[in-house]
Design a protein around this ligand. Structure first.
Ligand SMILES: [Zn+2]
Length: 231
């Protein structure tokens, strides 16, 4: 096996296994949702096949794509179609080279905020730690061209948040690795749920920006969150 073959095999195993986390945390139903991971050092990524049950996902049926979202012919799994969100994932990898993983779900609380086109305000310290501010809303966009990918990149480029709520649709998250993007998807749903509950009881108390900055910097740089930990 070449180094590239080994790298692809590792990402296939990683991406297949990480899908179980979407189920574990209640972020997906039926065959919805998808995780992808970039192959380090190559213009390739691995993504979930379309329409396959979560119980049947395995390294060998993950699909290898180039950064234009085309399936690599003859690779394992290439007899199936990749996730219908593949073009959006590919657009993110093409335009954000620092991204190593992308996740999309229709997790219910996050979708509820997206359906209102309302960003999730940063009113809990855990959100300041993880996202460094509010979780923003991206534009309304539908499958069929680059518009979802463009909306994700335009919203998240230069933003601290690793999650965007695409309006009327749901969350897309990014990370330095597929695992990091999955963590962001889990934390995004947790923030969406908690802030929703909080607002039912009364007015939300904003956290001052300087405190948000301090929390974010501490958590990202000091508190055991080195980029190694996220890979
Ligand atoms: Zn979707």
């Amino acid at each position: 096996m070449t180094d590239l073959d080994e790298a692809i095999a590792a990402v296939r195993a990683d991406v297949a296994a990480l899908h179980a986390e979407l189920v574990r945390y209640g972020l997906v139903i039926w065959t919805g949702g998808n995780v992808s991971g970039r192959v380090p050092g190559a213009d390739l990524f691995v993504i979930k096949p379309s329409g396959v049950s979560y119980d049947d996902l395995a390294p060998e049926n993950m699909i290898l794509c180039d950064l234009d979202g085309n399936v690599v012919p003859g690779s394992p799994g290439s007899d199936r179609s990749p996730s219908s969100d593949t073009a959006a994932h590919a657009y993110v990898y093409r335009n954000m080279p620092e991204v190593g993983g992308v996740v999309h779900t229709h997790s219910p609380y996050a979708v509820a905020w997206a359906a209102r086109g309302e960003e999730i305000p940063c009113v809990i310290t855990g959100m300041a730690d993880e996202f460094g501010g509010p979780i923003p809303v991206g534009p309304f966009a539908i499958i069929g061209d680059d518009s979802i990918g463009r909306g994700i990149v335009e919203t998240l480029k230069g933003h601290r948040s690793r999650a965007v709520l695409m309006q009327n649709h749901g969350p897309f998250t990014i990370g330095v690795s597929a695992k990091d993007a999955v963590k962001a998807a889990v934390m995004c749903e947790d923030a969406a749920r908690t802030v929703h509950f909080a607002r039912q009881g009364g007015e939300l108390i904003p956290i001052p920006q300087d405190k948000i900055d301090a929390l974010y910097n501490r958590y990202q740089n000091v508190y055991g969150q080195s980029s190694d930990d996220r890979r």
